[in-house]
Design a protein around this ligand. Structure first.
Ligand SMILES: Nc1nc2c(ncn2[C@@H]2O[C@H](COP(=O)(O)OP(=O)(O)OP(=O)(O)O)[C@@H](O)[C@H]2O)c(=O)[nH]1
Ligand SMILES: Nc1nc2c(ncn2[C@@H]2O[C@H](COP(=O)(O)OP(=O)(O)OP(=O)(O)O)[C@@H](O)[C@H]2O)c(=O)[nH]1
Ligand SMILES: [Mg+2]
Ligand SMILES: [Mg+2]
Lengths: 304, 293
């Protein structure tokens, strides 16, 4: 617990009389350790601790009888500021359908998030239509179709008679665009007000696939692009978030597998690097395990 | 120019940055750099080049000697069906693949099957993920690409029953290695970890010494939580190896050092892509060089 650690540090320091800036630096070392152990990116930690230090070396802390509590409060404040106060909701298009596209690394939880988002929005009176635009991963379309059947959503895997090309073939990319375009035509024809597009996992350093994603975005015309990030992602989170944000453009983040015990420092890193809010939290394997993200609960979790 | 740079505090800071950014963790980074400082002094290292070499050496040592899959010998052709046996007698080899959600288990099982085929073995894939949507469809695509058949049950069935059927089928069909793919599960879900223990018990009853390999598949992009995953899965199942996937990205997976040091579990394979041949044996020195840069 950060409070306990800082309490211990300050008790040792008080023994020497009035607190100094150097004493506060010792305490901040503990803050740095706590954040690194939570997988917050090293560079983000350095910047964050520098910000905290500016406030922590003021009289507010140095002359306090409870310096540990003061420092923890500053850290929590700064953390919640960085994570974003209050809940960031989805924005909807003034001209339906609103299109939401999920993107991200392999296995982050995109396909599941697409189904979860559909379930969540259906529960709020929307009529979601899913487009299974991952033509690469074995049985990805089957996976979304199965989830659609289990929970009563329409899942589009391509126009009638559409033959899935070999994922490594040159036509795979154009076939993906065809699935998206034909899916949008169908969604409009059936007057769905929400369309959710699932895309294949890809590495942020795969130039071809990142280029393809920009083209898929062009075809989908999304109201929001959601970067799906696994809560256990480590230091690499900044590289991934930066690449997706700058190459493709994102509007928000879905943080998945928060039902585990990963501290989730990646959430802080992604927010710091992209400025985009985490909008939803994946809290389990079932389609109902999805909720609006709570930044202050996350801040507490990261601090440990 | 960088090789000849003199050794100073800022150089050590840079190395610390590199290790931390590689998900090595603060504890291991501190320990490694302390050792580096001591050995650099003893070796009389005078420049950055020498220091980096020494660091590569230390990391390779900590990752331990290379370890391959340890499987019982395959029965010779025409020996009749393998099964219960003693000591080093030929019998069906059993490999169990486990890990948290989305790390690359199913793809790894396909890649292992591909590798074993190349070694002249006759693998049987046992698709024991009875939970995930379209798990069997996914496995069937891989089985088709490999030219292999596959054992599976309907969704919602007991994975231990699938494992049981899988081993029986292997014996009946003259297969010499069974690869058991299991559903992803967070290590924090005790009931689901217990389910794996039951699968393991069933395998152990069916073949002497099974599972001969229990591999934890971890995601190369994950941070220090992989250590906690390894701790729980090792405690429950006695792991024989780690497979670290998605190492074709920019993450370095440094947490494997902590896993080896804390639990003694070696990395056996590295996933470097999504194709059948994108699984390579772990090479500690090559890994250390990649990390140090
Ligand atoms: N426990 C838990 N598991 C999750 C959560 N979200 C997704 N998963 C699981 O994570 C695994 C991967 O999910 P997918 O939806 O297939 O991930 P993906 O990003 O679509 O993967 P690719 O398409 O291969 O890139 C599955 O086993 C999901 O059930 C979550 O919030 N909690
Ligand atoms: N780039 C890359 N992708 C990989 C690698 N290994 C697996 N993947 C991808 O990661 C995603 C998840 O792989 P799966 O094999 O379905 O993972 P899993 O552990 O079986 O997932 P669950 O059964 O849902 O827990 C797929 O998109 C794979 O193609 C790898 O080494 N490199
Ligand atoms: Mg998917
Ligand atoms: Mg799987």
């Amino acid at each position: 617990l950060l409070t306990t650690r800082l309490g211990g540090v300050f008790r040792q320091l008080r023994g020497r009389g009035k607190l100094s800036e150097r004493d506060v630096d010792e305490a901040l070392r503990q803050v740095r350790l706590a954040l690194l152990e939570a997988d917050v990116n090293y560079k983000v930690v350095k910047e964050f601790v520098a910000k905290v230090r500016e406030r922590a070396v003021g009289q507010e802390v140095l002359s306090s009888v409870t310096p540990a509590q003061k420092v923890v409060k500053i850290v929590q404040d700064e953390l919640t500021d960085l994570m974003g106060r209050g809940r960031a909701g989805l924005s909807f298009s003034p001209r339906p359908p609103s299109v939401f596209m999920v993107v991200g690394l392999h296995g982050a939880g995109k396909t599941t998030a697409a189904a979860k988002l559909a379930y969540y929005l259906k529960g709020r009176g929307h009529h979601p239509f899913l487009i299974a635009a991952d033509l690469r991963r074995p049985a990805a379309q089957d996976q979304l179709a199965t989830l659609g059947r289990q929970h009563g959503f329409t899942v589009w895997a391509g126009p009638p008679g559409f033959a899935r090309p070999d994922p490594d073939s040159a036509v795979a990319a154009s076939a993906t665009l065809e699935v998206v375009r034909s899916g949008l035509v169908e969604a409009r024809r059936l007057a769905h007000d929400v369309v959710i597009v699932d895309t294949s996992g890809r590495l942020h350093v795969d130039q071809d696939l990142m280029e393809e994603l920009s083209r898929v975005k062009g075809a989908a015309g999304p109201t929001e692009v959601l970067l799906v990030v696994d809560a256990m992602t480590g230091q690499d989170a900044v590289n991934v978030a930066d690449a997706f944000a700058s190459r493709v453009g994102i509007d928000g983040v879905v943080l998945t597998k928060l039902d585990g015990d990963a501290r989730g420092g990646a959430a802080l890193s992604v927010r710091a690097v992209t400025g985009k809010p985490v909008k939803f939290a994946g809290m389990g394997e079932k389609v109902e395990d999805f909720e609006p993200f709570s930044p202050d609960r996350m801040a507490t979790r990261i601090l440990g | 120019l960088t090789r000849n740079r003199p050794i100073d505090a800022s150089l050590y800071e840079e190395l610390a940055d590199t290790l931390i950014l590689g998900d090595t963790g603060v504890a291991v980074t501190t320990s490694v750099l302390d050792e580096l400082q001591t050995r650099a002094g003893l070796a009389g290292a005078t420049d950055a080049g020498a220091l980096r070499e020494l660091l590569v050496e230390i990391l390779s040592e900590r990752l331990g000697p290379a370890e391959e899959l340890r499987l019982p010998p395959a029965p010779a052709a025409g020996d009749g069906p393998p099964g219960h046996a003693q000591g080093d007698a030929p019998r069906t080899a059993v490999v169990m693949v486990v890990g948290v959600n989305g790390t690359g288990k199913t793809t790894t099982v396909a890649r292992l099957a591909h590798r074993l085929l190349g070694e002249g073995r006759k693998p049987l894939i046992v698709q024991a993920d009875t939970f995930r949507a379209a798990a069997t469809e996914q496995a069937l695509v891989w089985a088709q690409r490999l030219g292999l058949d596959l054992v599976h049950h309907r969704p919602g069935s007991d994975p231990a029953a699938v494992a049981f059927d899988g081993v029986r089928a292997a014996v009946a069909r003259g297969r010499d290695v069974v690869l058991v793919d299991t559903a992803g599960r967070l290590h924090t879900k005790t009931g689901l970890v217990e389910e794996l223990r039951k699968v393991r018990r069933v395998l152990a009853r069916e073949v002497e010494g099974a599972p001969h390999e229990t591999l934890l598949v971890i995601d190369g992009t994950a941070g220090l939580n992989s250590l906690e995953q390894a701790r729980v899965f090792d405690e429950a199942l006695d792991l024989t190896g780690i497979v670290i996937t998605k190492m074709d990205g920019t993450a370095r997976g440094g947490v494997v050092i902590a896993i080896r040091e804390a639990l003694g579990v070696p990395v056996k394979f590295v996933g470097v892509g999504e194709r059948l041949d994108d699984l390579v044996p772990f090479d500690a020195e090559a890994y250390a060089r990649e990390m140090v840069g």
